[in-house]
Write a protein of this length. Structure first.
Length: 625
């Protein structure tokens, strides 16, 4: 039976669920131009589509496909052929499972209790030697690359320590990334990646090279901590919650996201190599296990191993000497929770107290507990993080906190609760002085009652200090908001009051926001992305419904129209078919024909055995093979 007729018939018999799985697996888009099951069969038999499907299959399944024959073979028969090609320890149950997997992908045909090959698939396999891929005998017989040496226990202990150091650094840098994006989302270049000023800002805050920013963003996006919308990266609600987790919990979230994002093919490669060196040896094994994978499997392995090194899942002095850490091995073999327990046992201990210095610095002898760190950052800037963490108080940072709703007693009370050295006089003075000056400048939205009088004004700035208003008006740092006086101890701007407020705040003035009646309000610069629904999987429901609708129109109460459509497909493909015809007074007879046309309810075709033209009524055709 010809490929297209067989496959179209098999597709027709599948359930909608099985069809959805097949179309997704083979990369057929919901918008595919398939008007009926024959069109769909042609798409699946396209050599490019077949090559794409084979690319993501391991050599065990590929070997079963290559060993299949046009005549149906049972799993035991395929196992015998594999053994003859050089495979060892061939298990019939495994062969049956692999053959079923190939048939589910429309790369083999199920025939009763056996499987037969598909000509179009075998044709693609025959071209493999020209592209460097193995032929059937090599699929069956080539041994896996030898395992690199297993690290010693002493070496493993050092690996765990260096892995934990890297993992803690990555979680800390990721926390800085999210904090920066909370304060100000990062703008994206038209060609992708953060704009250069954003890259420099993030690099400075995270203490990592600018070239590494993309990798951290990718990791955060995969973990759902950062949302990427057109033109911007923003911290997500999940990212904001992540910031108050412990270092171990933060690492668990990142590691679980890395694990969940692994393509199943890459995960199979990694799980098989959890107790030996990765690097080039891992790439060699990946190319052996997925011989048709080409650049795709190499690029996937490179990406996930680079991120594995970032997360301390592996560690080593060079990319070619990376070895899975104990936590990395547990992650791949068990789960993220158990791996986090192992990894966090090597993390620095969180502290709850700090040293306040007279020079307005705050020294934490280790990483602060996340909730304390988050509160402290509200009115102090992080200056350095190593074995000790350093924060600095400034008039600007205190004003920022006051704008967000903090109070002087609240800040001083918090510091008193965590300080091992009390509250130095300069710290007390700075906070008290900033609070006393806070609100000397007020910014608000232009009241509705004044919109007619000032049609171009969207916001106002007021102060009882004329000199301060004059200073604002001539400050070049505020030229972008175009301040102009209105003669009533106010300045006006055509920009929204939030924009004006933050421009004045960034220029280090004691500014407060207010409502139209003069009530102070708190503004937080933090911008969190709205909850984002995960991208849905391709939905082929409309395509499948269309196929079913055409099928019902064609089939009706008989298979006559279906036979006509099969013949039409055979004519277009110039394929030979076996036609079973009900001959009067003789019963069913088979004719091997190459169809040339269908018209007037009759089939015309050349009889391959008798070498003559035959014309057969469609109503007499019982079946096609």
């Amino acid at each position: 039976m010809t490929d297209i007729l067989t496959l179209a018939g098999n597709l027709r018999a599948l359930s909608d669920t099985a069809l959805e799985e097949l179309l997704t697996e083979r990369g057929i888009t919901p918008a595919a131009r398939a008007q009926d099951f024959f069109d769909l069969a042609e798409l699946l038999l396209d050599p490019a589509n077949i090559r794409g499907a084979l690319q993501r299959l391991d050599r065990n399944i590929l070997g079963v496909i290559a060993a299949a024959t046009p005549e149906p073979l049972s799993p035991a028969g395929i196992a015998e052929r594999l053994a003859a090609l050089g495979s060892t320890n061939v298990d019939v149950t495994d062969v049956a499972s692999r053959a079923s997997s190939a048939a589910d992908r429309a790369l083999l045909t199920r025939v009763d209790d056996g499987f037969s090959s598909i000509d179009a698939v075998q044709s693609v396999l025959t071209t493999w030697p020209t592209s460097g891929a193995p032929i059937a005998v090599h699929l069956a017989s080539d041994p896996a690359p030898s395992l690199p040496p297993v690290p010693s226990e002493a070496s493993a202990a050092l690996t765990d320590l260096s892995a934990a150091e890297q993992a803690f650094a990555t979680t800390s840098a990721s926390a800085e990334l999210l904090s920066e994006l909370l304060a100000s989302p990062a703008r994206e270049l038209g060609k992708g990646g953060p704009a250069l000023p954003e890259r420099k800002r993030l690099s400075l805050a995270m203490h990592v090279a600018g070239s590494k920013i993309d990798a951290y963003l990718d990791l955060a996006v995969r973990a759902g901590l950062v949302h990427h919308e057109p033109g911007l990266w923003l911290t997500s609600p999940a990212g904001e919650a992540w910031l108050v987790m412990t270092a171990g919990e933060r690492w668990r979230v990142l590691a679980a996201a890395w694990l969940d994002a692994l393509p199943r093919q890459v995960r199979a490669v990694l799980v098989a190599r959890t107790r030996c060196t990765w690097g080039n040896a891992l790439h060699d094994f990946a190319r052996w296990l997925y011989p048709a994978g080409g650049e795709w499997i190499s690029n996937q392995v490179t990406r996930v191993t680079d991120q594995a090194a970032m997360l301390g899942i592996t560690s080593g002095p060079s990319p070619d000497t990376q070895v899975p850490s104990t936590a990395g091995r547990i992650l791949l073999e068990t789960d993220a929770a158990a791996a986090a327990t192992s990894m966090s046992s090597h993390f620095p201990t969180h502290v709850r107290q700090v040293y306040l210095q007279h020079d307005l610095t705050i020294i934490a002898p280790g990483p602060l507990e996340p909730e304390l760190d988050l509160r402290l950052r509200g009115f102090a800037d992080l200056e350095g993080r190593a074995q000790a963490f350093s924060y600095r108080l400034s008039a600007e940072s205190v004003n920022r906190a006051l704008s967000a709703g903090e109070t002087a007693p609240g800040m001083l009370g918090f510091l008193a609760g965590i300080s091992l050295t009390g509250i130095p006089q300069p710290v007390d003075y700075l906070i008290a002085h900033a609070a006393s000056r806070f609100g000397a400048i007020r910014v608000g939205a232009m009241p509705e009652s004044e919109r007619d009088a000032y049609p171009n004004a969207r916001s106002y700035i007021r102060s009882d200090d004329d000199a301060l208003l004059g200073l604002l008006q001539v400050d070049q740092a505020l030229s972008s908001v175009a301040l102009r006086p209105d003669g009533h101890k106010r300045l006006l701007s055509r920009f929204e009051f939030e924009v004006v407020f933050w421009a004045i705040s960034d220029a280090r003035y004691p500014v407060a926001a207010e409502t139209a009646d003069g009530t102070p309000i708190s503004l937080r610069r933090r911008r969190v992305s709205p909850p984002v629904e995960p991208a849905p999987l391709p939905d082929h429901g409309t395509l499948i419904s269309r196929l079913r609708e055409v099928e019902s129109e064609v089939s009706g109460s008989t298979d006559l129209a279906w036979i006509a459509r099969q013949l039409d497909a055979a004519i277009r493909a110039k394929q030979t078919v076996t036609v079973t015809v009900d001959v009067p007074r003789s019963g069913p007879m088979d004719f091997v024909l190459e169809p040339t046309g269908v018209a007037g309810g009759r089939l015309r075709g050349r009889d391959k055995k008798a070498d003559i033209e035959r014309t057969l009524p469609l109503s007499s055709i019982l079946a096609l093979k």
